[in-house]
Every structure is written in structure tokens, then in C-alpha cells.
Design a protein around this ligand. Structure first.
Ligand code: BTN
Length: 267
């Protein structure tokens, strides 16, 4: 079970994760936070579940993770009216997660736009940001699932080629408690920077981490329109730039479209 005391020893935040809820089982930690957005202290709450009966990924996909070895958690971020954070929030969470995982597990993760944390061609974590309004305030409910100490035989056969864990990549176990506490610290710092100075530094960092995945075929489905092309870059406002025909580019923002890449490694 998730060790609350251990987590507290690592926690250095001022805003996120001061209230820890640990659950044996829940439908989805994102749902759990969403139904509590009225709580005055909701921004301080982080909920961790050992297992989810209806864990969700993007586009209604399911997210399943074995108890004890993976990390599934959510938190609420209140979004100031003055800021158009929505487009860059998932990217900020991704950069913070990549930085945390990279330093803790001594692996070199990358980011596949908009929300997949990768090691090489395999996915190690996913981010689901859902935007909600409660009592005239805008919130993002940010949920993250990480394969931490998952062993290869714990993955279903159909995921063997596309999923991995920190343990499988680094050869050593990583403390889930330290990982969560350090992610929250990094996310809090990156958000503070975003609120003060805008998204430039986050986007630069995202671009660096996403560059290994540029050049892949992608199909983007948004507002009834399907566009196919080759991923090229991240735009200054956090969109994905794709080349739809030689010399013709189009920029699509996550949240406005569905992204389907071919299996990794397949250009
Ligand atoms: C994705 O890769 O599509 C996103 C996966 C997000 C999974 C996490 S696990 C914790 C939180 N609760 C959910 O129901 N989903 C997110």
C-alpha cells in the first residue's frame, strides 16, 4: 500500500499534494476529484488509488494498471481567468513528469504529443487533463498513470510491444511515494513559471523532449475534418505542426482534435 509517511518525508510543495487521499479502489481518480471540486481545499488534494475499476485514458480508452507497482493519481489545478492555460497545461504536466522521471529513475524519457511519456518506442506513463467549471472557476483535473515497478509479465500480451515501466528500463525499483512528491514539486514550479512568464520555456522544453518523435505519420481528427501528415514541430502556442503535403503545414492544438500515430518506429 502507498506509504503516506514516506510520501510526507519527500513532499516539498506549498500548493499541491498537502492533503493526500489514498484509496484501495475507485472508479477513476479523475472522477473522484471532479465530484469534489466544491471543496475549498481541492487544490491541495491529491488522490492516489491502488486500483481503478474505470480508469480512463484519452478518447475514452481505458487505463488499467496493476496495484502495488504502478501509480494512478489526480489533482485539481485552478486556472486563473487571465491565463489561457488550457492549451499548455498537459504539456506542462508532461515536461514536469519527464524531468522527474529522468532524474529519479536515471532513464531518458521523451514526450509524444500531447500526453504520452515514452522511453524509446514504448509508453511508460499517460496524462489525462479534463477541463471543468465549478462555481464560476475554471479547473483542470489532471490525472496521471505511471508504470513504475511493473514487471513485464504483469502487462497483458497486447501491450508487450508498446508499453514499458521504469523498472524494466532502469533495472531498479523507484519509490512511488518519492516519485509522486517530486512530480508535484516540479509541476508546481513549472506552473508558477508559466503563470509569471508565459509558456515559452515549457514549450521549448517540450519541443526538445518531443523531437525524437517528429517525422512520424499522424492522423488528426478535429471538428469533423481528418488530416493526415508528418509531425514536424511544436508551435510557440503549444500546438503540433504537421506537414500535410510537401511544403504545406498545419498546426493543431491538443484538446481540439484526436491524434492517432502509427505504431512507434513506423515512420
Ligand atoms: C492516456 O494515456 O491516454 C492517459 C492515461 C491517464 C491515466 C490516469 S490514471 C489516473 C487518472 N485516472 C484516470 O481515470 N485516468 C488517469
Amino acid at each position: 500500500m502507498f506509504d503516506r509517511d514516506r510520501y510526507r518525508r519527500f513532499l516539498k510543495t506549498k500548493r499541491f499534494g498537502l492533503v493526500l487521499e489514498t484509496l484501495e479502489q475507485v472508479d477513476s481518480t479523475n472522477n473522484w476529484i471532479t465530484t469534489r471540486l466544491r471543496r475549498e481545499d481541492i487544490e491541495q488534494v491529491v488522490v492516489v488509488a491502488e486500483s481503478q475499476t474505470a480508469g480512463r485514458g484519452r478518447y475514452g480508452r481505458s487505463w488499467v494498471s496493476p496495484p502495488g507497482v504502478s501509480l494512478a493519481f489526480s489533482l485539481a489545478v485552478s486556472i486563473p481567468e487571465s491565463l489561457d492555460l488550457a492549451s499548455v497545461l498537459t504539456l506542462t504536466a508532461g515536461v514536469s513528469l519527464a524531468e522527474t522521471v529522468g532524474s529519479m529513475a536515471s532513464v531518458e524519457p521523451g514526450l509524444k504529443y500531447p500526453n504520452d511519456l515514452m522511453i524509446g518506442s514504448k509508453k511508460v506513463a499517460g496524462i489525462l487533463a479534463e477541463f471543468k467549471k465549478e462555481r464560476a472557476r475554471d479547473y483542470a483535473v489532471v490525472g496521471i498513470g505511471i508504470n513504475v515497478n511493473t514487471r513485464v509479465e504483469m502487462f497483458p500480451d497486447n501491450l508487450h510491444d508498446i508499453a514499458t515501466s521504469l523498472l524494466m528500463e532502469s533495472g531498479h525499483e523507484t519509490s512511488r511515494e518519492a516519485l509522486l512528491a517530486m512530480f508535484l514539486f516540479q509541476f508546481e514550479s513549472r506552473l508558477r513559471e508559466l503563470e509569471a512568464d508565459g509558456p515559452k520555456s515549457t514549450i521549448q522544453q517540450f519541443r526538445r523532449l518531443a523531437a525524437p518523435y517528429f517525422g512520424k505519420q499522424v492522423t488528426i481528427d478535429g471538428a469533423g475534418e481528418k488530416v493526415t501528415g508528418r509531425t514536424m514541430d511544436i508551435s510557440d502556442n503549444g500546438g503540433l505542426v504537421i506537414e500535410t503535403a510537401p511544403g504545406v503545414t498545419k498546426t493543431v492544438i491538443s484538446g481540439e482534435a484526436r491524434f492517432d500515430t502509427r505504431p512507434m518506429g513506423d515512420k
